[in-house]
Ligand binder design. Structure first.
Ligand code: CP
Length: 308
């Protein structure tokens, strides 16, 4: 039995297999509409979500399976003090696979140790969001036709942005990717990402503060929201929110084929006038989310691909 807790739980080859399967599903979703008949997905979301929870549910329904779950800790027996470990034990009696989002780093890993069915990390605190990473890789590959020899700029809240941490962990595995980390001092990437990921991989990276100066150097731009829910102090959030806003005017500084990614939700870091630009790739990411999660469910449940 396999779980999916961090992007590195999959080898490079397995990652490519999921991306390739997601592409085949995207080309012909109807072909896969019965592969998970009789299977149940449990979505255990202790934190708010629109895209991840609904796309997991959409993915399972699109495969012919069914779903159950809760969309807030207050709707579960967590309010009575039930542990993640016990919840995982219990829910694995009800479902064939579990997707869990939790505000505490490591909670899905803990669940995986007690579950009798595969557990997928749907986002744990500021740590990791590995299914978003697969979506981001699929979208970059669609736009750039490769995942290597890229200069990628990450902009915004790089301290708390779990999608950034996950994606960097994946992108360092491809040859000659370089990184610009664009953030204010207070929201720099965590030291552990430098010490445990970037330095061991021998990756070239720069930490900078100016988006406009960096835009012309990039092959890919990954914008992020300042993560209000992770701040301890409202004043700090108010001071830092809105520090970067990508507008159609600023986008003129970038190359004509530089996709703009964002895991969403956005607040004010990408102006609405960017949406009409062909480089805006964030709604492609949303659509790819369903295909990636269909592919992931198939892989973790060992479901065979239909021949016709
Ligand atoms: N990208 C993402 O995780 O969005 P949600 O928080 O809406 O699930």
């Amino acid at each position: 039995m396999r779980h999916f807790i961090t992007p590195t739980d999959f080898t490079d080859k397995e990652t490519q297999m999921v991306l390739d399967l997601a592409e085949r599903i995207a080309a012909n979703p109807a072909k896969y509409s019965h592969v998970a008949e009789g299977k149940k997905l449990a979505t255990l979301f202790y934190e708010p979500s629109t895209r991840t929870r609904l796309s997991f549910e959409s993915a399972m329904l699109s495969l012919g399976g069914t779903t159950l779950g809760f969309s807030g800790a207050d709707q579960s027996s967590a309010t009575k003090g039930e542990t993640v470990a016990d919840t995982a034990r219990v829910v694995s009696c009800y479902a064939d696979i579990i997707a869990m989002r939790h505000p505490k780093e490591g909670a899905p890993l803990c669940a995986s140790m007690f579950s009798r069915v595969p557990v997928i990390n749907a986002g744990d605190g500021g740590h990791s969001h590995p299914t978003q990473t697969l979506i981001d890789l699929m979208t970059i590959r669609q736009r750039k036709k490769r995942l290597d020899h890229l200069t990628i700029g990450f902009c915004g809240d790089l301290k708390f942005g779990r999608t950034v941490h996950s994606l960097v962990n994946s992108l360092v595995r491809y040859p000659d990717n370089r990184f610009y980390f664009i953030s204010p001092e207070e929201l720099r990437i965590p030291d552990y990402l430098i010490e445990d990921t970037l330095i061991p991989a021998g990756s070239r990276y720069m930490e900078v503060t100016c988006l406009e100066d960096t835009l012309p150097k990039l092959n890919v731009l990954y914008m992020t929201r300042v993560q209000k829910e992770r701040f301890f102090n409202e004043d700090d959030y108010l001071r830092l929110k809105g520090i970067y806003t990508l507008t159609a005017d600023k986008l003129q500084l970038a190359s004509a084929d530089m996709p703009v990614l964002h895991p969403l939700p956005r607040v004010d870091e990408i102006a609405m006038d960017v949406d009409q630009d062909s480089r805006a790739a964030y709604f492609d990411q949303v659509q790819n989310g369903v295909y990636i999660r269909m592919a992931l469910i198939m892989m973790l449940l060992g479901l065979a691909e239909p021949q016709t």
